[in-house]
Design a protein around this ligand. Structure first.
Ligand code: 3PY
Ligand code: MG
Length: 263
């Protein structure tokens, strides 16, 4: 039987999921991240310093843990989505899903016929998922549409009503840009938009995830009711940890570390 998608199971049980975000092109860094207790790990092919060969090695490293492997693809372009799934990703987070047409393209690329038009070639999916991968992949693969623009807000109902969509993932930094706000600065406009997206998604029983700028922001989003929170990426966590070490050892006041939006 194909390996189950553990985060879908934990989501059904009501657990708030903690997701790691990988931007460093290293199987070792990914292995360390995957063994921290995170429920899932997302490999960021859009803004991470990661190519396809790196992705393969990172997914192999993540396989040594129980964390569910997800990929944030660079765009909604179907061939990359399909190849990423063939590499063994159990979910796709797609950036800039600004209208229902893009959303349908993404859903179709993730689903084998008759539900979609994903091409046959399961490759590493068979090794990670199991010999019956093709039979059950449509049940286990998650499809998360990133809502991160005014255009997506304008088209929210139609996007969320796309058949087959698992849920949404909010990109608060691009959303801020699109609303004319500097990413990372406190903004009622952005918070109102985030609450609106969250409640519209919940009305439809869709899965909800969000990128966060750090631990405190992730704790806040958890309380707000998101199903999955990402407390920033690997490079940001490394930088923050070392800046704090260095600051303390040099007796410098680092209480004003510049906010980097979770990066
Ligand atoms: C955003 O905040 O726009 C993101 O896409 C997070 O990486
Ligand atoms: Mg973004």
């Amino acid at each position: 039987m194909m390996k189950k998608n553990q985060i879908l199971q934990k989501y059904a049980e009501g657990k708030t999921l903690v997701n790691g975000w990988i931007s460093i092109p290293s199987s070792y860094a990914a292995e360390v991240m995957a063994h921290t207790g995170v429920d899932s790990v997302t490999v960021d092919m859009q803004h991470g310093m990661i190519g396809f060969a790196d992705l393969m090695h990172i997914l192999q490293a993540v396989s040594s843990s129980t964390a569910t492997p997800l990929v944030r693809v660079p765009s909604s372009e179907p061939s990359m989505i399909m190849k990423t799934l063939d590499a063994g990703s159990y979910g796709i987070i797609c950036p800039s899903v600004d209208d229902p047409k893009i959303c349908k393209t993404v859903v179709d690329a993730c689903r084998y016929p008759p539900l979609g038009n994903r091409s046959f070639g399961p490759s590493r999916g068979l090794t990670y998922g199991g010999a019956d991968y093709v039979k059950y992949a449509n049940d286990e693969i998650m499809i998360l549409a990133m809502i991160e623009s005014q255009q997506a807000l304008d088209n929210l109902d139609e996007i969320l009503d796309t058949p087959g969509l698992t849920g949404i993932y909010i990109g608060p930094n691009d959303l801020a840009f699109s609303l004319g706000v500097i990413p990372g600065s406190a903004s009622d406009k952005v918070e109102t938009a985030i609450s609106h997206i969250l409640s519209e998604a919940k009305k439809r029983n869709l899965f909800t995830g969000i990128f966060c700028s750090g631990l405190e922001n992730a704790q806040y989003r958890k309380e707000q009711g998101f199903n999955l929170v990402t407390p920033g990426n690997d490079a940001g966590a490394l930088r923050n940890a070392y800046q704090t070490f260095v600051g303390k050892l040099n007796d410098e006041d680092k209480s004003e570390i510049e906010s980097t939006g979770g990066y």
